[in-house]
Design a protein around this ligand. Structure first.
Ligand SMILES: Cc1cc2nc3c(=O)[nH]c(=O)nc-3n(C[C@H](O)[C@H](O)[C@H](O)COP(=O)(O)OP(=O)(O)OC[C@H]3O[C@@H](n4cnc5c(N)ncnc54)[C@H](O)[C@@H]3O)c2cc1C
Length: 455
């Protein structure tokens, strides 16, 4: 990558990366390594840089759902995470599922390396604050921070992760104020959660995290989701040959997957299409993508996002002992009377709903991406300024193939890029590290060539 020279005033180009989780940190590293003249200002509102929502976990049961061998932060150094673990004196091999907190240590070690790297000296500035406003100004951006400071950037990258879960449908105004209601499950502290029976809304990996945190406390845990599906576990994989065609619609894709699964196994079939998932997604017209989201997404996700084997065993034993029940159904009404929650739930296929009482209710429906739902904060500000717009499916931001954000007028917003799960409408797979490590490198390349073209 050709480096952009300092401008006439001797100023180095500045890129503001907003959000210091996996996506922001790795984008920053690729920017610094890709151009020796660029300065990166990495803005993070949480106390620790590099960890984000996923890798701030403290509970030892919260382990990665991907084998160590596939968790390198760098696309061109596949063994990097395993080598780091070995250098740290850990016995964990490539097939291990290490804790998410340990992975957070790895990310912070990458940050430390960058800070002390003489090639990056003075070029990585950590801004411990929240970006509240990005204002387009003089061909660049004015980045305003919550504590009142502001700085100028030539380009900005949004790496802000997803938004908190949606409010529970059917919940009345008493619920939000209740001490036993947990709107953001990642903030749950099992030691201080009110005692008693728990209703978990959602049955995905977030629910699994929460159930493991609360297990063994003598509680009854009921998890309810539309289909009542729980992620499958990792296991031995019989690899399938890469499929040739047969993905023109979600229905056709399902047929192809079933055929592959017969020749290998379901894990091998799903793994075989991972490298071409983005192409398949891009090949579907919006109506087919919508059909996939409506009908096939829950099944795809439980096969695609698997639990570590030890986690799957624990979940099975919680279910066998009756401590955890997972049901398919719909929450129709939820209220709090000052002492407990009243939940009306209709089981899938049932005509009559049932009334239940719980002491704790935890929203495990998962983070969402639709920027229209952001009532406050940076995305709401950018929406008001017409610098961003939601993608047609409401999964996140509308972005170009080069990850440039599309504004309300349908044109790319100059100097504004996005990376991470908010871009998933463009590629579908923009959630796990094996996808994001490629995307962060791609985002940095796009920003640098944009700066080079402008300079
Ligand atoms: C619980 C959980 C477990 C996961 N486990 C795995 C796994 O085992 N393996 C795997 O491959 N993937 C896993 N993933 C998926 C994936 O790794 C993450 O989604 C990924 O880390 C996303 O990183 P991110 O930086 O895009 O977003 P985030 O991690 O959400 O980080 C965004 C950061 O931006 C900051 N921020 C937001 N707005 C502002 C603002 N205005 N100003 C300043 N800072 C701001 C936030 O504080 C946050 O730190 C998991 C995800 C979750 C949620």
């Amino acid at each position: 990558m050709a480096s952009r020279k300092k401008d006439d005033a001797g100023r180095r180009p500045v890129v503001a990366v907003i959000g210091g989780g996996f996506s922001g940190l790795l984008t920053a590293i690729h920017l610094l390594q890709g151009d020796p003249s660029v300065v990166v200002r990495l803005v993070e509102r949480a106390p620790r840089f590099g960890r984000g929502r996923a890798y701030s976990a403290l509970h030892a049961d919260h382990v990665l759902n991907v084998r160590a061998a596939n968790m390198s932060a760098f696309p061109d150094r596949p063994g990097h995470f395993v080598e780091w673990l070995a250098a740290e004196g850990e016995a964990a091999g490539p097939d291990a599922f290490v804790s998410r907190s340990r992975y957070g240590d790895y990310l912070q070690a990458l940050l430390r390396e960058e800070i002390v790297d003489p090639d990056a000296a003075g070029r990585l500035l950590l801004e411990a604050d929240e970006a509240v406003s990005l204002i387009s100004q003089d061909g660049g951006w004015r980045v305003e921070l919550a504590l009142g400071r502001a700085f100028r950037a030539d380009a900005c990258v949004l790496a802000v992760g997803l938004l908190p879960p949606a409010p529970l449908p059917g919940a009345d105004e008493t619920v939000d104020a209740a001490a036993g209601y947990v709107a953001e499950p990642w903030r749950l502290d099992p030691a201080t959660a009110p005692e008693g029976d728990v209703l978990l809304l959602g049955s995905g990996l977030t629910m699994v995290d929460v159930a493991l945190s609360l297990a063994g406390q003598g509680r009854r845990l009921l998890a309810v989701s539309r289909h009542g599906l729980v992620s499958r576990g990792h296991g031995a994989v019989r690899p399938a040959a890469a499929p040739q065609g047969g993905f023109a619609t979600p229905v056709e894709a399902l047929r192809t997957l079933r055929r592959l699964a017969r020749s290998a196994d379901w894990r091998g079939a799903v793994d075989a299409i991972r490298p071409i998932t983005a192409d398949i997604w891009r090949g579907w017209p919006p109506a087919e993508r919508r059909r996939f989201l409506r009908h096939a997404r829950p099944w795809w996700e439980v096969h695609r996002h698997r639990m570590a084997p030890a986690v799957a065993t624990r979940v099975a034993s919680l279910a066998a002992s009756g401590e955890l029940t997972v049901a398919a159904g719909k929450l129709e009404r939820l209220s709090w009377d000052g002492a407990g929650f009243h939940a009306r739930i209709r089981g899938r296929g049932e005509t009559k709903p049932h009334d239940w009482r719980f002491d704790v209710v935890i929203n495990c429906t998962g983070p969402r991406g639709d920027p229209e739902t952001a009532a406050a904060g940076l995305l709401a500000d950018l929406r008001r300024r017409r610098a961003i717009r939601r993608d047609p499916l409401g999964l996140g931001l509308d972005v170009t193939d080069e990850l440039q954000v599309v504004g309300a007028d349908g044109k790319p917003t100059a100097g504004l890029f996005a990376v991470g799960p908010l871009t998933r409408a463009a590629v579908w797979e923009a959630l796990a590290v094996p996808d994001l490590r490629n995307q962060t490198a791609q985002a940095a390349r796009a920003v640098l060539s944009n700066l080079a073209a402008a300079g």
